[in-house]
Design a binder for this molecule. Structure first.
Ligand code: ARG
Length: 432
C-alpha cells in the first residue's frame, strides 16, 4: 500500500505519482525545519483548546524535536513513495508513536502547512539575502572612502561627460542597495503573517486559536481571512521575487560596469591574474568571466517575477496544485542571488583602480563645465561663460584647469557615505 496521506485503499499509478510530485522530494528538504516548527506550534495550540491531552503533547513534542535535530544534522530524507515533507514528518511521527502521531493533523491541511513553511522559509531567506547585501554594502562604502579622491570620467549617452570619481561610483552602488532593501523589507512584511488555521483554505470547525500560533511562530499578525491567507500563496512569492530581482538588477549593472572598465580600451580597474580567466587561443587574454557569469545570472534572476506572474495568472480562487511549481522557480533563485552577492564582495576585495585616468588628454573636455562654473563664480553670467569656453573648444584653444571642486551633499567632494551608512543601518534594523 502506498504511503500517501490521502491513501484510501488503492495506489495511484506510478507515472502519475512521479509527474505530480516533481522535484518536491528534493526541494521540500529546505522546508523541513519549518514544517516541524509549524507542527510544534500547532500541537501546542491543539492542547490549549483541548483537542490533545497534556500527556499526548508531552509525547509528541520530544518526538518532533528529535526530527528537528535529525534535520539540523542533515540526516532527514523524504523517502521514495512519500509525497512531500508534510507527509514524511507525519509518517515518522506515526511510525514512532502510533495513533497519537495521527492526531496532529486535526484542524489543518497541507495547504496551510506548506503556506506556513514557505513564509517561515522566506523570512529566513530574506534575512540571508539582506546579510549578503549588507556585506557587499560595507565593502562598497569602504572602497568609496578609500578611493574617494580618484577621479574617473562620468558618461551620458556613453559619451564622456563630466568628472566623476571612484568614491561616487562605489558609493552609488552602495546606496542603490539601500533602495533594494526597501523591497526586501516589503517582501519580509508580506511574508510575516500567519496563515496557519486557514486549513485547506476555508478554515475549520475546530475552535482554533490562531493568535496563539501567531505568537508561537513569531509572526507579526495572522493573515486573518482564511481565503486571503490561501491567496497569499503566490502573492508572497511574487513579493520575494521582486526583491530578488531588484538586488539582481543592481548587481547586474555593477557587473556590466566592471566588464567595461576592465576592457583594454578603458583599463580603469583590474584584478589579480588568478581572478581572471584566459583564452584557449589568444595567449594575452585576461577575461572578466566572473562578472559575465554574474551579469548573466542577474539578468536571469530578473525574469523570475515574470515567470511567477505567468504561472499564477488567472488561477481559480483557492488551492491549485500549480502553486507547487513556484518552489522550482524561487528556491534556486534566492541561493543564486546570495552566491552572486558573495562573489561580488570577494572580487571587489581584490580590485585595483587607476588614479591618473583623467590626466590623459582624451579627457580634457571633461573639465569644460568646471571651467564654465569657475568663470560664473568669478562673476560672469552663465551664458557668457558657456560661450567663452565653447568658443575656446571650437577653436582648439581650450586648456583645462583640471581642478574639480564639488562640495554639495552627495557630490564628489562630499559623497555622504556616513548618511548612506545610517540609512542602511536603519533598514537592516527593521528585519531584526
Ligand atoms: N506539495 C504541495 C504544494 O507544494 C503540498 C500541498 C498539497 N496539497 C494538496 N491539496 N494536494 O503545494
Amino acid at each position: 500500500m502506498g504511503k500517501q496521506l490521502w491513501n484510501k485503499g488503492f495506489d495511484p499509478d506510478a507515472n502519475i505519482e512521479n509527474f505530480t510530485v516533481g522535484r518536491d522530494r528534493e526541494l521540500d528538504l529546505r522546508l523541513a525545519r519549518y514544517d516541524v516548527q509549524g507542527s510544534m506550534a500547532h500541537i501546542r495550540m491543539l492542547e490549549h483548546i483541548g483537542l490533545l491531552s497534556a500527556d499526548e503533547l508531552q509525547l509528541l513534542l520530544p518526538a518532533l524535536q528529535d526530527i528537528l535535530d535529525s534535520i539540523e544534522r542533515g540526516e532527514f530524507v523524504i523517502e521514495d513513495g512519500v509525497e512531500d515533507v508534510h507527509s514524511q514528518v507525519e509518517l515518522l511521527l506515526t511510525s514512532r508513536l502510533g495513533s497519537v502521531g495521527k492526531k496532529i493533523h486535526s484542524g489543518r491541511s497541507r495547504n496551510d502547512q506548506v503556506l506556513v513553511d514557505l513564509k517561515l522559509f522566506f523570512r529566513d531567506e530574506l534575512k540571508r539575502i539582506s546579510e549578503a547585501v549588507s556585506r557587499l554594502f560595507d565593502r562598497l562604502t569602504s572602497l568609496s572612502e578609500e578611493h574617494r579622491d580618484k577621479l574617473m570620467p562620468g558618461y551620458t549617452h556613453l559619451q564622456v561627460a563630466m568628472p566623476s570619481s571612484f568614491g561616487l561610483w562605489f558609493g552609488a552602488y552602495a546606496e542603490s542597495l539601500t533602495d533594494d532593501m526597501f523591497m526586501i523589507i516589503a517582501a519580509y512584511e508580506t511574508a510575516n503573517q500567519n496563515p496557519l488555521g486557514s486549513a485547506a483554505g476555508y478554515g475549520s470547525s475546530f475552535p482554533l486559536d490562531r493568535e496563539m500560533t501567531t505568537r508561537l511562530l513569531g509572526f507579526d499578525r495572522p493573515h486573518y481571512n482564511v481565503v486571503a491567507a490561501q491567496m497569499s500563496r503566490g502573492k508572497t512569492e511574487r513579493a520575494v521575487a521582486a526583491a530578488v530581482a531588484a538586488v539582481a538588477s543592481t548587481l547586474g549593472h555593477l557587473a556590466m560596469d566592471v566588464c567595461m572598465w576592465m576592457c583594454g580600451n578603458f583599463r580603469f580597474i583590474s584584478f589579480p591574474d588568478n581572478l581572471t580567466t584566459g583564452s584557449s587561443i589568444m595567449p594575452h587574454k585576461k577575461n572578466p568571466d566572473v562578472f559575465e557569469i554574474m551579469r548573466g545570472k542577474c539578468n536571469r534572476l530578473q525574469s523570475i517575477p515574470n515567470e511567477l506572474a505567468l504561472l499564477t495568472a488567472n488561477l481559480p480562487l483557492g488551492y491549485n496544485r500549480d502553486l507547487q511549481l513556484m518552489k522550482d522557480i524561487l528556491f534556486p533563485a534566492t541561493s543564486e542571488l546570495v552566491e552572486c552577492l558573495d562573489m561580488a564582495d570577494f572580487m571587489l576585495s581584490h580590485i585595483s583602480v587607476r588614479a591618473d585616468i583623467l590626466d590623459d588628454p582624451q579627457y580634457d573636455y571633461i573639465f569644460t563645465v568646471e571651467d564654465v562654473n569657475r568663470l560664473v563664480l568669478e562673476g560672469m553670467p552663465f551664458r557668457d561663460a558657456y560661450r567663452e569656453v565653447g568658443v575656446a573648444v571650437q577653436e582648439g584653444r581650450y586648456r583645462p584647469t583640471r581642478s574639480v571642486s564639488h562640495t554639495h551633499l552627495g557630490s564628489i567632494g562630499n559623497p555622504a557615505n556616513d548618511r548612506i551608512r545610517a540609512k542602511m543601518a536603519d533598514l537592516l534594523a527593521r528585519l531584526k
